[in-house]
Structures are given as C-alpha cells and as structure tokens.
Design a protein around this ligand. Structure first.
Ligand SMILES: [Zn+2]
Length: 464
C-alpha cells in the first residue's frame, strides 16, 4: 500500500455540503481520499485523532493588515500569519497600506518575495491603485487578488488611512474601476464619504468639544449612517456603469444590505465583506473598552441587518467574512481616551473570529454550514481560489481547521499571536475552539499552539 503523509481519523468532516464521520488521507499536500470509518487505512507518517471534533476547510481571510514593511512595531508578516494559524485561517490576504505602499508593479513583485520568506500560512496581496493605471494589467498578471481602494484620508492622524492611498474623487475612482474592468480585476473598496464626514466631525463634534470614543463611534454613524450609505450608493452606481467586479468592504448598515441585494439582482458583479466585530460589539463595549474597539460599533438596527443576511435560507448576495485584522501599538490607542480621532483605528481579529461564530452557533444564532460558507467557500469562489482552497474534496489542498465545539475558553490578550498588546474581546467567554490548523498537509497549529515555520506559507495565485 502506498504511504501517506497524514491521516485525520474519525472527525465529523464537512464534505459534500454536510458533516459526515470520515477519515481523510493526505498525500503531497493534497486531499488523497475521504473514506468511511470502516474502510482499511494505508500507513501514514502521521495521524491525528479527530474523534469528537469537527473538521472544516481552512478559513480564508481576505482582509489582514500585516503592517510589514514599515510598521513592524504594530505587527509583521510572521506574527499576523501566526495569529491566522491560531484562528484556523489557512490563506490570508494582506493590505497595501504599508511603507512603502504596495501600489506599483515593482512593489508587487518585491512584496510577494518578502512575504514568501516570512508567512506561516498561505497568502496573497491586495495592491493599491498604481499612479500609472496602465500597470494594472501587469500587476494582475502576477496572480494577486485585486486592487484595493480607500475612499478616505485620516483627519487628525496619518495612519492607517495614508494620504498617498486615499482616493477622494469619484472621477478618479471611476477611472480605477474602468482600469480594473479592463484587466478583469476585482476592485475592493473601503466605503467612506470624506467630504460629509469632515462636515459632520467639525460641526457636530469638534466645535462642541466632543472627541471621546463614543463621540467618534456616533460621528461615523451620524444621521443613520449617512457617511457609509452615501458611499455604498456611489460605489454600486459607479461599478454598475464601469462593469467592474466590485468587492465592497465593511458592509455594515441596514440600507447597505438592501442596496447590495437590489444591485446584485440588477446584475452588478458584486460581493460584500462583513467584518466579524460588527456582529458583536455594542455601545457598552465602546464605553468600557474605548480605543480598543474603535470604529467597530454597529448600531443595533444595522447589526440586526447583518445577522439577517447570514440567517436567511439563502444569501441574498455573495457575502462573506473578512476580519479587517488591524493591530496597532498600545500607545497609538491610549491617546484615544482623550481624543479618539488621534488614535489609530483597528484591532486584532483574525485569531478569535472563528471562536466567536462557533460560540454563536452553540447559541443557535448561525449554523456550522453557514460558517463554512461565509468563512471558506464564498471567498474561495469569489476570488479564484476554488476548488484548490475553501472546500474539503479529493484533489484540493489539504487545508483544515479542526475544532472542538464543546471546549470553552476565555479570550485574553496573553493568547494573542498578534503583536498588538490588547484584545477587543478581552474577557469574553466562548464555546467552540480551533484545536489544530493544517496547511497543505502540514500542521501549523497543534493543540492550540502555533508550530508552523515562517517561510512555509506560499503565495497562492488567483485563477482567472
Ligand atoms: Zn482594513
């Protein structure tokens, strides 16, 4: 009998769209066979006993700020991908707001080479719009996921929304959409209405001396989230005209979900990323944890709309989770208690989001099947990684996260693999824990400890 590299025995495996008790055999990094428990097993170098546990495809997180090069006091490619491995993520896609920014063909090639020496899990990259838009073709030919646009600049800080990356004119945005459409590239956009937000923050907040964390949260959501909703509307209308593949980031409003459904039905080639904290963070958390949950507050009506999207029998449009894992140094946060506009926005999320949703599944708020859909299948299909990634079937990469649905843990910053010295969910108790993570047949997390080596992760090119 031929020798295998790895056997995963007796777990409840998500295959053919349902969970079945099965053994998985892995050879040369690929799934070699999936067999019932009675079938004879060939010898293997290594066996994992998964009895009593569930085996899911490895998660795909297309929104991870790895901060390298330029901001390694916040995070680096190794620490970010260790946190990913700890969270069951086997493919992580980073963002271009590093220094120098990843926003040209030359930088794309350099950045791929850098990540290949450091990543613990597989990876890909979003690239900022190049100054010379004729470069988009060449950039996309490198196999990267697409072009990322920020519709915003920061007003009292210069990071994370750097002046060199902000696209503040609809004309410029439309031209980028046309270039992406011409190259068959997905364009991902952080929605924001800069002019309106500056009006709101000056007139209704700063002029009145309102600069605390809750003020910032309310300013972003002023007037029933008009800063977001006017941006969503503009994006859908421009994308419809330019016929671009649009990936809306941070979908987080009631009206946004209605617009996405309407434009999707109308034929716009869109997908929507939803950020895990938007499902969970409340105003109580903002008051208690201030700068550490900055920007993540979603008013109850909007939060309910997000849960409704994922709880519908079939999704009304392609929606999935991207964490927006966005770590910073603690000093860059503490300043926010006085003036939130000066604190850097974002928090580490990639390590804990699976646990949060497994916990929600234990409370009957979401099914495990939907977790696989939003965490694995939909991003794999949308961005051209399927069926190599995002699914457990013969021939696919042997990427798994093995979870214990009955295990409980308390989330603390001490468990962070991220370099951020804080955790937005500090002290939260969750039921459902990722135990082992496997990338192409190699165990990168074992018994909740990351054992993967920097440089093991590979660049996974998009199939177009
Ligand atoms: Zn982001």
């Amino acid at each position: 009998m031929e020798k295998l590299n790895l056997l995963i025995k007796g777990g409840k495996v998500f295959t053919d769209r349902k969970f079945t008790e099965a053994n998985i055999a892995v050879k040369d990094g690929k799934i070699h066979s999936i067999t019932d428990l009675e079938a004879p097993l060939p010898p293997a170098d290594r066996t994992i006993d998964a009895r009593g546990m569930h085996v899911l495809p490895g998660l795909i997180d297309t929104h991870v700020h790895m901060r390298e090069p330029g901001f390694t006091h916040k995070e680096d490619i190794t620490s970010a991908t260790q946190a990913a491995a700890a969270g069951g993520v086997t493919l992580a896609v980073d963002m271009p707001n590093v220094k120098p920014s990843t926003n040209s063909y030359e930088r794309t090639v350099e950045h791929k080479a850098l990540a290949a020496t450091k990543a613990v899990v597989d990876f890909n990259h979003w690239i900022g719009p190049p100054a010379d838009l004729t470069e988009v073709d060449k950039i996309i030919a490198e196999g990267v996921i697409g072009i990322k646009v920020f519709m915003m600049n920061d007003t009292k800080r210069s990071y994370p929304h750097m002046p060199e990356l902000g696209i503040l004119s609809y004309g410029h945005l439309y031209e980028i959409f046309q270039a992406c459409a011409g190259s068959n590239a997905v364009c991902a956009v952080h929605p924001h209405n800069q002019e309106l937000f500056e009006w709101i923050e000056n007139r209704y907040f700063w002029d009145k001396g309102l600069t605390k964390p809750e003020d910032y949260a309310h300013a972003l959501r002023y007037g029933d989230s008009i800063v977001y909703d006017t941006a969503f509307a503009a994006l859908f209308i421009l994308a419809r005209s330019a016929k671009v593949k649009l990936n809306v980031l941070h979908l987080n409003t009631y009206l946004g979900t209605l617009m996405a459904e309407w434009y999707y039905k109308d034929g716009v080639d869109l997908s929507c990323e939803m950020n895990p904290p938007h499902f969970f963070i409340t105003m109580e958390d903002v008051k208690k944890r201030g700068p550490y949950v900055l920007g993540s507050w979603t008013p109850p009506k909007d939060q309910e709309a997000l849960w409704k999207v994922v709880q519908r029998e079939s999704l009304p449009f392609p929606a999935f989770w991207g964490t927006d894992h966005a770590p910073h140094h603690i000093d860059e946060k503490e300043i926010g208690w006085e003036d939130m506009w000066k604190a850097h926005g974002g928090a580490p999320y990639v390590q804990d989001y699976l646990s949060l949703f497994l916990n929600a599944a234990s409370q009957g708020r979401i099914t495990l099947e939907r977790i696989v859909e939003l965490g694995c299948e939909i991003p794999a299909k949308r961005f051209g990684f399927y069926p190599r990634k995002g699914v457990i079937q013969v021939g696919s990469d042997a990427d798994f996260v093995i979870v214990d649905l009955n295990k409980e843990r308390t989330i603390t910053k001490e468990q962070n693999y991220s370099r951020a010295g804080y955790n937005p969910f500090e002290g939260w108790k969750v039921k459902g824990v990722p135990i082992h993570t496997i990338v192409r047949g190699t165990v990168v997390m074992e018994d909740e400890k990351v054992v993967g080596k920097p440089g093991f992760g590979q660049f996974i090119p998009v199939e177009r």
